[in-house]
Design a protein around this ligand. Structure first.
Ligand SMILES: NC(=O)c1ccc[n+]([C@@H]2O[C@H](COP(=O)([O-])OP(=O)(O)OC[C@H]3O[C@@H](n4cnc5c(N)ncnc54)[C@H](OP(=O)(O)O)[C@@H]3O)[C@@H](O)[C@H]2O)c1
Length: 270
């Protein structure tokens, strides 16, 4: 099993645990007996989930509020995890949202904020916790990429680029780390109905996706955890329909990828 056995002091740090896929990953890890460090900005849903998981599964679950787009806050998060005496043996980088719209309209601040959360925070937390995992010769990192990262997407440009970054980083690290006892798994979900659509203004994009491609967050999380348990490099979760619908995109000619992507992601005309 590539997911390390839970222990008294070990913790699975799950970002984006206040909602959607991150919440379901936390639930799946608690069912497997892992102590949890639940991270997102909103503390109430994190605390509610922590109490429920402690009650239901007898694991230790702690909630920490942090805006992961902020590097100082990430320092404070790491200090707090250390102060509590936790050893991060499983790291799940799941927090995220996407900008859906024209790059020209989004503005520098929004673009950089998305980049800091989707890319910088993933690199930061990976760089903080990976050395200890390698030293202990056990650990697992699960990074949420997306089928959006399989090709460039006009009108979702930085999000698709960020998810491609997360996928490339994860798959390359998986290879680099062979033989260390640590695995990195890239998880590339197709569409999932969560808080993501509202937080990202992605309703028009979602409405253009075929209904069969949607999978529940519970299924996506369970497939992701099984892939991590097997030490897999990458997975498109949700079963064969999702794999067939999105997997081949990676191999399509660039012009076709761009033409189809543009039709799907273009903002609706007024
Ligand atoms: N839903 C989809 O269709 C889909 C498809 C492919 C990939 N994904 C990826 O899956 C991941 C989870 O998305 P989801 O669908 O579960 O969306 P979600 O329900 O909106 O959850 C997003 C999580 O990220 C947290 N978050 C957002 N900004 C944050 C910040 N600055 N600092 C800390 N936490 C922050 C949110 O909590 P707070 O608001 O409390 O901070 C929430 O817990 C994302 O990386 C997304 O890109 C989603």
């Amino acid at each position: 099993m590539a997911l390390p056995e839970p222990s008294e002091q070990s913790t699975a740090l799950v970002t984006g645990a206040s909602s959607g896929i991150g919440e379901q990953l936390a639930r799946g890890l608690s069912r497997r007996g892992h102590g949890l460090t639940l991270v997102a900005r909103r503390i109430e849903p994190l605390e509610r989930l922590a109490s429920e998981l402690e009650r239901e599964h007898g694991v230790r679950a702690e909630a920490i509020s942090a805006d992961l787009a902020d590097s100082g806050t990430r320092d404070e998060l790491a200090a707090e995890v250390e102060r509590r005496g936790r050893t991060v043996e499983v790291l799940v980088n799941c927090a995220g949202y996407g900008i859906y719209g024209a790059f020209l309209d989004s503005g520098l601040e929004k673009e950089l904020h998305q980049l800091r959360l989707l890319v910088e925070a993933v690199v930061d937390l990976t760089a903080r916790y990976l050395p200890g995992m390698v030293e202990r010769q056990r650990g697992a990192i699960i990074n949420l990429s997306s089928t959006a990262g399989l090709q460039p997407l006009p009108f979702n440009a930085s999000y698709s680029a960020a998810k491609a970054y997360v996928d490339f980083l994860s798959e390359a690290l998986h290879s680099e780390l062979r033989g260390t006892g640590v695995t990195v798994t890239s998880v590339m979900p197709g569409p999932v109905r969560t808080g993501f659509q509202e937080a990202s203004g992605a309703d028009h994009f979602t409405a253009r996706m075929p209904g069969l491609a949607f999978k529940p967050a519970e299924r996506v999380a369970e497939d992701a955890l099984r892939a991590a348990e097997r030490g897999r490099r990458a997975i498109i979760p949700g079963g064969p329909v999702v794999k067939m619908a999105f997997g081949p995109n990676r191999l399509a000619p660039r012009r076709l990828q761009l033409a189809v992507g543009k039709r799907l992601a273009a903002p609706p005309e007024d």
